[in-house]
Design a protein around this ligand. Structure first.
Ligand code: FPP
Length: 272
């Protein structure tokens, strides 16, 4: 089945090629409705589906979702079990939609910590979608940025000890090569739902020059219009990457990926 054409939204500036989201506020969303927290996680899955599809159709290159942190293992067993089940069922049910939209699934984190069934489903879905060339959906699972850096440093130290890595040759790109997925791009835009102003141990290495956008909306309420609002805010930021904007001009936008290969169709007004 042919992929739906990419419909880039009309923005007043650059499009964020790589985005990352801290999906927060599921628990509060549920509690405000007099429901248990897991009710919010279930509703959150629908948002994952909607935002992934919207990003794929708008031609976003990479979407990294903070789905479960290393710290989240401290939550009550029942909540952790529900989250793992939701993940497994999501991956299973969404395969057709991922394929239809050309989405490639990748996961980052201490994945060996995940329950066997969830890990198996995840690996199978990564394999199934490996040749898709559209959006890369990266799920951060049992993920913590400090663990990522510590695990990477341990691997680099082992390579030094084995004579495979010369310590004098280590630079930023060498270190990036030791992160969970060296292909994880630096996000242009990090969105956080739920209103808190923090990164919570998410992509600390990669976030160096990301633009931050926080909305008070809880994750289950974050829809395509809210996503577009964050893109509009991003489009109006001036990114200087520590430099100065050229005289009378805009700052450079390093690391921008080329436009998608598919024809870009501007959406009808009703779709924006
Ligand atoms: C934070 O909300 C959210 C999480 C810890 C889990 C996010 C999980 C999902 C959106 C669903 C499963 C994911 C996939 C990829 C299928 P919180 O519980 O901390 O909310 P609170 O701050 O209101 O307590």
């Amino acid at each position: 089945m042919p992929r739906p054409p990419i419909q880039r939204p009309d923005l007043p500036g650059p499009f964020p090629e790589h985005i990352a989201i801290v999906m927060d506020g599921n628990g509060r969303w549920a509690q405000r409705r007099g429901q248990p927290r897991v009710f919010g996680h279930r509703a959150g899955v629908q948002t994952v589906r909607a935002i992934t599809t919207a990003c794929a159709r708008m031609g976003v290159g990479s979407l990294t979702l903070y789905a479960f942190s290393v710290e989240n293992w401290q939550r009550p067993n029942a909540e952790v079990r529900t989250l793992m089940r939701l993940l497994r069922v999501f991956l299973w049910r969404e395969r057709a939609t991922l394929m239809e939209n050309g989405v490639r699934l990748k996961c980052i984190g201490r994945l060996d910590d995940l329950p066997d069934r969830a890990l198996r489903t995840l690996r199978q879905t990564e394999e199934l979608t490996a040749n898709n060339d559209g959006l890369v959906l990266r799920l951060a699972l049992s993920y913590g940025s400090r663990s990522e850096i510590a695990d990477g440093m341990a691997a680099a130290a082992r390579d030094v000890a084995a004579g495979k890595l010369d310590p004098d040759s280590i630079d930023e790109e060498t270190l990036r090569g030791y992160l969970y997925d060296p292909e994880t791009p630096d996000p242009d835009l990090i969105i956080r739902t739920g209103g808190d102003l923090r990164l919570s141990n998410f992509l600390l290495w990669q976030a160096s020059y990301a633009e931050l956008y926080v909305t008070d909306l809880c994750w289950p309420d974050f829809g395509e219009e809210a996503l577009l609002e964050s893109f509009r805010a991003f489009a109006q930021r001036q990114r200087r990457f520590g430099g100065l904007p050229p005289e009378g001009g805009e700052a450079e936008q390093p690391g921008k990926t080329p436009p998608p290969e598919q024809p870009v169709v501007q959406p009808k007004p009703s779709q924006t």
